[in-house]
Design a protein. Structure first.
Length: 225
């Protein structure tokens, strides 16, 4: 896909670098220790994949990176954005406290298995990005934006959220915390609300999207919803 949008290397790498630093603080400050080993595993795999995605799309599709950096959208949904931000914070902050105060005893095999699912979810998102250069962080429809119907989009209409859901639902176990599952599970109704809002805009502004919805029945999880 031809894309003339330019993104500087500094800006492209600065955003993920800041995210990686913030995530490290969210993990290790509440834990009160650098020995929080599940966090090191999660943080390392997240950082490696994030840097790979940044390098890949900086070369192949800088327009996608530009869209992913946008945070302000015309279709205002401030409440749901605040809820998602709060749930994200609690989902990743609670495991540190859990580690410090020994609230949970998650088996090592479960931590490793959950990390594997987190990786699968993130890699799935990478393939979504490869297929859809218009996969923005905000709800918008651009000029000449096509309806993507192949790849992950042949399975569900919002595969990026499917990948995110895998990451968030399994991150608490990957970080050794049962208590964080409470907040991670709230992503399900929140994302459903977000998807419904997004589909209103896509049906209204994106030509051919209504026909695509008739062909691809499920929004988030095959055979369920």
């Amino acid at each position: 896909m031809e894309n003339t949008v330019k993104v500087s290397s500094l800006k492209a790498y600065l955003v993920p670098a800041i995210i990686m630093v913030v995530m490290g603080l969210i993990f290790f400050l509440p834990a009160g220790s650098s020995r929080f080993w599940p966090a090191w595993i999660w943080w390392s795999e997240f950082s490696v994949i994030t840097l790979f995605i940044t390098a890949y799309f900086l070369k192949k599709d800088p327009g996608l990176l530009s869209r992913r950096m946008k945070v302000k959208e015309k279709e205002q949904t401030p409440f749901i954005i605040r809820v998602l931000s709060l749930l994200s914070m609690l989902t990743f902050l609670i495991p540190g406290l859990d580690y410090r105060f020994h609230w949970s005893t998650v088996p090592v095999w479960m931590v490793i298995a959950a990390n594997a699912v987190v990786i699968i979810g993130y890699i799935f998102i990478f393939f979504v990005f490869r297929k859809n250069s218009y996969a923005s962080t905000i709800i918008q429809v651009e000029k000449k934006q096509p309806v993507i119907t192949t790849g992950p989009y042949a399975i569900v209409r919002h595969p990026m959220y499917t990948g995110l859901l895998l990451m968030f639902l399994f991150s608490p176990l990957a970080l050794g915390s049962y208590w964080a599952l409470i907040f991670a599970s709230l992503f399900i109704p929140t994302i459903i609300f977000r998807i419904r809002k997004e589909e209103e805009v896509l049906r209204r502004d994106l030509s051919g999207y209504a026909d695509y919805c008739m062909k691809t029945r499920y929004r988030l999880i095959p055979s369920i919803w």
